[in-house]
Design a protein around this ligand. Structure first.
Ligand code: 0K2
Ligand code: SF4
Length: 315
C-alpha cells in the first residue's frame, strides 16, 4: 500500500470558537486596540499569537485591565463572581461564552434552585469547569473520573443530577456516569447532552479512521481539552500511534518511520491553515494522496455576542 493521509471531517473550528474569535476581531475593528481578553479566547497558541499581534491583550483576570477598558470573556465562560468583579471595576465587557456552555450554566442554576446535588463531570482547574461550578458552588461537586465516584457524598441520594464539561471524552464520561449510577440509581441525566455536538462529532470521525492508521496527528494545543481527547480517542480506537502538535514543524521525522497511513484531524479551536501546513509538510515527504473520512455534516452557526451587533453600545 502507498503512503496516504486520511483527513477526518468534521475537524477544526466549531460554531462557538468561530464566534469567539470573530468577536475579538470585531471588537478590535469596531473599538480599536487595545482589546483585553480574559484568559485565552480559545485554547490555541496560533489564535492567541495572531490576535495579540493585532492588538488583543490577554490577561488572567479582569483586574489586570485598566478601569474603563474593553474586556472580552473567553468561549469557555465565566462565573458570576468574574462578572461582578468586572462590573465593580466599570469595565466594558463582551461575552464570547459559547451558547452551548451557557446552556450548561442554565442547567446548573436550575438544578441548584431546585436544591439538587449536582455532580459536575470535568477536569479540575479547567476554565469552563470553574465558570460552571461558580454558578452554584454550594450545590456542585466535581467528579473527574470513575475513580472519584466512591468519595462522592450527597445530602439526598434521590435528588442528584450529573452535568458535564462540554469537551470531554464521550466514552470516558459514560464510564464515570455508569459508576455514579451504581451508587445513585435514580441519578438524573442532563436535560440534553452537555458534551457538545462538535466534541462528539470530532471523536466519531477519529474513531472511524483510527483503526486504519499507523499514526494519527491531531493539530491542537496542549491546554485544549477537546484536542487532547482526540489523541486519546485515536489510541483507544486502534491507531498505531497518536501525537498532538501545534504546528507542522513539531512533527518528529522518527514518527514517520515505516508509516504508510496517517490520520489527520484538529481540535475545535484550531484554524484550518494549520492543518493545511501539516498536509503540505507531509506532501513534501511523499504523502500526496489525501482522502477525507466524512462522518457528519455540520451547519450550526451562532450570531455574534449581542454587544457587537449593530446599534449596540458596549457597557
Ligand atoms: O477544549 P477546551 O475546552 O480546552 O477549549 P478549546 O480548545 O478552546 O476549544 C473550544 C471549546 C471552548 C468551550 O467549550
Ligand atoms: Fe461551544 Fe462545543 Fe465549540 Fe465548546 S467545543 S465552543 S461548547 S461548540
Amino acid at each position: 500500500m502507498s503512503k496516504r493521509i486520511l483527513l477526518a471531517k468534521p475537524r477544526g473550528y466549531c460554531a462557538g470558537v468561530d464566534r469567539a474569535v470573530e468577536a475579538v476581531e470585531q471588537a478590535l475593528e469596531q473599538h480599536g486596540p487595545p482589546v483585553y481578553v480574559r484568559k485565552q479566547i480559545v485554547h490555541n497558541r496560533h489564535v492567541v499569537e495572531t490576535l495579540s499581534e493585532r492588538g488583543a491583550i490577554f490577561v488572567d483576570e479582569t483586574d489586570e485591565a485598566p478601569p474603563g477598558a474593553l474586556v472580552v470573556f473567553s468561549a469557555h465562560g465565566v462565573s458570576p463572581a468574574v462578572r461582578d468583579q468586572a462590573r465593580g471595576r466599570e469595565l466594558r465587557t463582551i461575552d464570547a461564552t459559547c451558547p452551548l456552555v451557557t446552556k450548561v450554566h442554565q442547567e446548573a442554576k436550575r438544578f441548584a434552585r431546585e436544591d439538587y446535588d449536582i455532580l459536575l463531570v470535568g477536569h479540575r482547574g479547567h476554565e469552563e469547569v470553574e465558570g460552571t461550578a461558580g454558578e452554584a458552588p454550594a450545590h456542585i461537586q466535581l467528579v473527574e473520573t470513575a475513580d472519584d465516584v466512591a468519595a462522592v457524598t450527597v445530602r439526598d441520594p434521590e435528588k442528584v443530577v450529573w452535568l458535564s464539561q462540554t469537551t470531554l471524552s464521550v466514552d470516558e464520561t459514560m464510564e464515570t456516569v455508569r459508576a455514579l449510577r451504581e451508587r445513585f440509581p435514580t441519578l438524573q441525566n442532563p436535560p440534553s447532552d452537555d458534551i457538545c455536538y462538535a466534541t462528539q462529532n470530532r471523536q466519531v470521525a477519529v474513531k472511524a479512521m483510527a483503526p486504519q492508521c499507523d499514526l494519527v496527528l491531531v493539530v491542537g494545543s496542549r491546554n485544549s481539552s477537546n484536542s487532547v481527547r482526540l489523541v486519546e480517542v485515536a489510541l483507544s480506537a486502534g491507531a498505531g500511534a497518536a501525537h498532538l502538535i501545534d504546528f507542522a514543524r513539531e512533527i518528529d521525522d522518527a514518527w514517520l518511520d515505516g508509516v504508510q497511513t496517517i490520520g489527520l484531524t484538529s481540535g475545535a479551536s484550531v484554524p484550518e491553515v494549520l492543518v493545511r501546513g501539516v498536509i503540505d509538510y507531509l506532501a513534501e515527504r511523499g504523502w500526496e494522496d489525501v482522502e477525507e473520512i466524512n462522518t457528519a455534516e455540520e451547519t450550526l452557526t451562532f450570531s455574534l455576542p449581542r454587544e457587537l451587533r449593530p446599534n449596540r453600545a458596549v457597557r
